[in-house]
Design a binder for this molecule. Structure first.
Ligand code: 5GP
Ligand code: ZN
Length: 138
């Protein structure tokens, strides 16, 4: 993926503030952080979305997320929690088309807000959607 910005970071063609890496995974600080210490965790291989990421690499990425989040919790002052954000496709807010996970440190009374307006659903509607999805789970 010649034009992918995260592939360029993996190859060292664009600098990053590296937090962690192993054979399959790289973690670095987000250049436009939602909060101090906002990190990204990516597979080194290029995959567009979560659905393209093979299980073996997903496992490595997940382990790295835990490592980075745990370190962030103890290393950075005032961090009392974190959100993991992962967006797939443009409609969901994915800007960089190389699968990545955000690790976003949270502080008491920070102004971040991932809340949405709670919807309403009838049980029959839930059952209908459950049947549709269940039928496609492989
Ligand atoms: P998305 O919106 O695709 O889930 O998130 C992409 C993230 O990548 C954004 O938070 C953005 O700030 C970050 N980002 C984009 N380009 C670069 C870059 O060149 N370096 C770093 N460190 N982060 C980047
Ligand atoms: Zn890429």
């Amino acid at each position: 993926m010649d034009e992918c910005i995260f592939c360029k970071i993996v190859k060292g063609e664009i600098p990053c503030t590296k937090l962690y890496e192993n054979e399959q995974v790289l973690s670095f600080l987000d250049i436009m952080p939602a909060s101090k210490g906002h990190a990204l965790v990516i597979p080194k291989n290029h995959y567009a979305t979560l659905l393209d990421l093979p299980h073996k690499e997903l496992k490595s990425v997940t382990k790295a997320i835990q490592k980075v989040a745990a370190a962030t919790m103890v290393a950075l002052p005032g961090v009392q929690g974190f959100n993991i954000l992962q967006s797939n496709h443009k409609v969901a807010g994915q800007v960089v088309p190389h699968v990545h996970f955000h690790v976003i440190p949270r502080h008491e009374n920070d102004k971040l807000n991932f809340a949405w307006e709670q919807g309403k659903a009838e049980i029959e509607e839930l059952k209908k959607y459950a049947e549709l999805v269940k039928g496609k789970i492989k």
